[in-house]
Design a protein around this ligand. Structure first.
Ligand code: ZN
Length: 426
């Protein structure tokens, strides 16, 4: 797993200008986060190394390091091995057992629950079938309690829980408003059950595409980019947005519903009430349908031979194999799908101007030929001259990006809380 540092940030003050004290607390929290993040990124650093890296004063570094040691988040490792004589520096490293986070991904058929240490390294994972979501709160609590026990972790060291769901989430009530994927009754208050079982720690509910985008920013090939659009293409088309390093959720949690951007106002009717939604025209089933239509129209294609090895079914794997052979029918279907996706994605690029677009979900399994077609179509319709820099990338996070993103979000928020180092909250 790649790692990178956290960054000091300018505070955002929704309640208006902060008081001087609140401002100082924000700066202190950001610096603490910067120190922790630098150690997290490098694995091991001395105080002098931290001073050089963060450009903070030696006194500030020393005081914040002492604070992190006092909180049990950072530990000292004996003097570093040096070839030179003289005093050897004490090295600092993250205390992996200083705390841990629980991160959950809800899907149509199961939920994954993973525990991560303060280095965001996975400590344990459990997958439970969930075809019905009645009683999901109690099931999550049971799964979490037994996984903590199995991993030998003390519940009092649990620092936060994040639940990612393919859904529109009410940010105030912390409930799912709409999900076309999960068999859950809108408004089910399962998060409140988790919160009452684990009082005093943050319990979050987030759109899973937002969490995947967050993991992409922190651990993907584009790590460090602070403005990213992540698009998950499967049966549905979802997206996550990172603007200035933070997940953008919108005023009522509905930001990023790119699947319901219409690209044909006379197109087929969608469940959302709109017509010609991107999701209907450019999802994985639409691509497969396009390929089957081509085959049924009698076009020559290597796919007829390829699908013999896939029980006669056209699936993404068969299309990928055909692409590798340069099959013209597969190329045309993928090109048309990429063209339609580019029309939808371009609308978002024109409004928000993110630095890069990351493609995840099953469609990404088509690999570079698909990514290249999408890049070409976007370059063709983009506003203004191309910078020549590739903007479309395939998701590069290893493991479950939704649970990893959730754990990292909890870690970042934990480090940013003003009261962490003992100072009073604003
Ligand atoms: Zn729609």
């Amino acid at each position: 797993m790649t790692r990178k540092g956290l960054r000091a940030e300018n505070g955002i003050f929704p309640g208006g200008e902060p008081s001087m004290t609140a401002n100082l607390q924000q700066v202190k929290a950001a610096n603490r986060s910067l120190i922790f993040g630098s150690i997290h990124w490098h694995g091991m650093l001395s105080r002098a190394g931290l001073t050089e890296m963060t450009r903070l004063s030696p006194t500030t570094v020393s005081s914040l390091v002492d604070e992190l040691i006092g909180l049990g988040l950072v530990i000292e490792r004996g003097p570093a091995e040096t070839r030179t004589s003289g005093r050897k520096p004490v090295m600092l490293t993250i205390n992996p057992i200083g705390g841990f986070f629980a991160s959950v991904e809800l899907t149509q058929a199961h939920f994954d629950l993973a525990l991560y240490d303060l280095n965001c390294v996975e400590l344990g994972l459990t997958r439970k079938k969930a075809t019905r979501y009645a009683g999901i709160g109690a099931r999550l609590i049971r799964a979490l309690e037994s996984l903590m026990l199995e991993c030998g972790l003390e519940p009092k060291r649990l620092q936060g829980i994040c639940v990612g769901a393919p859904a529109i989430i009410d940010p105030e009530r912390k409930v799912i408003l709409i999900s076309t994927v999960l068999p859950i009754r809108p408004g089910t208050e399962f998060l409140a059950e988790l919160q009452s079982r684990f009082p005093g720690i943050p319990v979050r509910l987030e759109n899973e595409s937002g969490l995947r985008c967050y993991a992409e920013m922190e651990y993907g090939a584009l790590s460090g980019m602070r403005d990213l659009l992540y698009i998950d293409i499967d049966e549905g088309i979802g997206s996550g947005l990172i603007l200035d390093g933070r997940i953008y959720r919108g005023s009522t949690g509905r930001a990023g519903e790119i699947g319901h951007v219409s690209i044909d106002y006379d197109g087929p009717a969608c469940v959302c009430g709109n017509q010609g939604c991107l999701e209907l025209l450019a999802n994985v089933p639409a691509l497969i349908r396009r390929v089957i239509d081509g085959m049924e129209s009698g076009k020559p294609s290597a796919l007829r031979a390829i699908i013999a090895g896939h029980q006669g079914r056209v699936n993404l794997e068969a299309i990928r194999e055909a692409l590798e052979l340069g099959d013209s029918l597969a190329m045309q279907a993928v090109d048309e799908t990429a063209r339609l996706l580019a029309v939808g994605i371009n609308s978002v690029l024109n409004i928000l101007n993110p630095r890069a677009v990351v493609i995840g979900g099953r469609m990404a399994e088509l690999g570079q030929p698909f990514i290249d077609r999408l890049e070409d179509h976007l370059a063709r319709i983009a506003l203004g001259p191309s910078s020549g820099v590739k903007r479309v990338h395939r998701s590069a996070v290893e493991g479950n990006a939704a649970t990893l993103g959730g754990a990292r979000l909890l870690l970042d928020e934990y480090l940013r809380q003003p009261g962490l180092g003992g100072e009073d909250g604003p």
